[in-house]
Design a protein. Structure first.
Length: 217
């Protein structure tokens, strides 16, 4: 879709939301919006059925009650988007970034979450964590330790046992600069956050693979 036409549609939609004269609900049904820059756009209650939103930037977009039924959202960036009560039935969310997105009451959300969320396996799990000064820590997440994951690759655990420290005698947490990771010790979080959508909530953060931990910035 032509950028100037899209801007005009969004302007009229904003007026429609505010109840102003000249406003018109955004009808973007079947629109080609591949790679579109819709960051922070107000698309509340917009009609986006069958729209092609592949690789679109929808970070922080307001999509409350928007109709995204059968929309193509592959590789779209929906980080921190508001999708409350949106219709996601039959939407293709393959490889979409839903980190910190609000999916409360969204239709079809459970399937969307299942297809995009990487859930840490049950039982004992081996994980890796990057500490200060590039020090790597190998962790064992015991079966009884609660664990969580949002829509990225970073996971959280209630507690973990330190199996090995690579690059130093012990590791120091990047986050609080105080928590120490020493081989043989069990490390517990100060407060556990049960909400899986809060990626940086309370917990011991880790990755499943060593390579991902090494690449953590």
């Amino acid at each position: 879709m032509d950028a100037s036409k899209l801007i005009e549609i969004l302007k009229k939609h904003a007026k429609w939301i505010r109840g102003e004269e000249g406003g018109e609900r955004a009808n973007l049904q079947s629109a080609d919006l591949r790679y579109a820059d819709l960051q922070s756009a107000n698309l509340q209650s917009a009609d986006l059925r069958y729209a092609n939103l592949q690789s679109a930037d929808l970070r922080y977009a307001d999509l409350q009650s928007a109709n995204l039924q059968s929309a193509d959202l592959r590789y779209a960036n929906l980080q921190s988007a508001d999708l409350q009560s949106a219709n996601l039935q039959s939407a293709d969310l393959q490889s979409a970034n839903l980190q910190s997105a609000d999916l409360r009451y969204a239709k079809g959300a459970s399937l969307a979450i299942a297809r995009t969320r990487v859930v840490p396996p049950e039982g004992d799990v081996i994980g890796w964590k990057k500490c200060r000064d590039g020090v790597l820590v190998k962790l064992k997440i015991p079966a009884k330790s609660r664990r969580s994951n949002a829509f990225g690759r970073k996971c959280r655990a209630e507690y973990a046992k330190v199996i090995e420290v690579v690059g130093a005698e012990f590791g120091i947490s990047i986050r609080d600069a105080a928590t120490e990771y020493r081989a043989g010790k069990i490390v517990r979080c100060d407060s556990w956050n049960e909400d899986f959508q809060v990626e940086c909530g309370g917990g011991i953060h880790f990755y499943i693979t060593k390579e991902e931990a090494e690449a953590h910035a």
